[in-house]
Design a protein around this ligand. Structure first.
Ligand code: MN
Length: 312
């Protein structure tokens, strides 16, 4: 659920073409393999690299897992980003180089801040058998914190707002007059929206934010576009509300934020500003020097070669 960025997702840098988005811009997710699982990668794509500070969205499952085989992503490093893990079903065990050991279950948030460097592994729990279904997102860190200390937070409960036609869980940021306790380094929001069949709801928005929707199960209709799992629906900026309707029970994730102004470079598990920063992080990881530390995991460290722009 945490996965390397490759050239198939998007080049390491922003491309020059910026078509004006339509009212609802639908992008198809790419099927990628992460650990032992297939995921639908909704961000980044060539046409859409960020939504606010959100720079990565993997939708995983539902897929059958057992007590001793699940997502199973061995120790790997991150820099310059936060990982946001959110499950609809199943359990995942998180280990990191800060010494955290945390099982996450549906309705809970694991939020890891990489800063200058952290390592984590995501594993089967040894106890859970059933369907694993969830999302992992990354948030690019701003200049003020991206070289700072790593951090990990687990939130066992998050604020809920029941609005006409929709039950919202505020994962990150502020929505419906309530605020998630999760750390936030930029002005962004992430909300799970749960609709019954035949629901119709007006979702509040901030005109200064850009927004996108990823459907995790079911289907939602926005301004005549039907959005199903496997797509990112980009809604743009300048809205103060947006109408959502459903014909079946649906859970979707609404992400948004002030457009991220710093041009970011993403490669493998790193978010940076320059290619040299990426190369430095890759070399530290492969040298196993003191930058990233170690993680208590039964799985093997994930190696990575040099970025493609480095002369062999
Ligand atoms: Mn990861």
């Amino acid at each position: 659920m945490s996965g390397p960025i490759t050239d198939q997702d998007a080049g390491p840098q922003r491309e020059s073409c910026h078509p004006d988005p339509p009212e609802v811009e639908l992008t198809e997710s790419r099927i990628a393999t992460v650990g032992d699982m297939q995921v639908r990668r909704a961000l980044p794509r060539r046409r859409r690299r960020t939504v606010g500070a959100w720079c990565f969205v993997d939708h995983m499952g539902p897929a059958a897992v057992t007590e001793d085989q699940g997502i199973d992503i061995g120790p790997h490093p991150h820099i310059g980003l936060q990982t946001v893990t959110w499950l609809l079903s199943g359990e995942v065990l998180h280990h990191d180089s800060l010494g955290s050991e945390q099982i996450i279950r549906p309705g809970q948030l694991n939020l890891m801040t990489a800063g200058r460097g952290v390592v984590h592994a995501e594993e089967h729990t040894g106890k859970f058998r059933g369907d694993l279904h969830g999302v992992q997102l990354w948030v690019a860190q701003p200049e003020g914190t991206r070289n700072g200390d790593p951090d990990f937070e687990h939130h066992g409960e998050l604020p809920q707002v029941d609005l006409p036609g929709v039950d919202a869980t505020v994962v990150v940021g502020e929505f419906g007059g309530v605020e998630s306790p999760a750390r936030r380094d930029t002005d962004h929001v992430g909300v799970q929206l749960e609709f019954g069949a035949g629901a119709s709801a007006s979702i509040e928005m901030k005109p200064s934010f850009e927004y996108a929707v990823v459907v995790m199960d079911g289907s939602v209709s926005i301004e005549g576009s039907d959005i199903t799992p496997g797509h990112l629906a980009y809604l743009g900026e300048g809205r103060d509300e947006c109408g959502f309707s459903t014909t079946e029970h649906t859970r979707a994730l609404l992400i948004g934020g002030v457009p991220f102004e710093d041009p970011i470079i993403m490669w493998w598990n790193f978010v940076a500003r320059t290619k040299d920063e990426i190369v430095e992080a890759q070399r530290s990881w492969m040298a196993d020097d003191t930058r990233f530390g170690s993680v208590n995991s039964s799985l093997s460290r994930i190696p990575v070669g040099s970025p493609p722009w480095v002369a062999k």
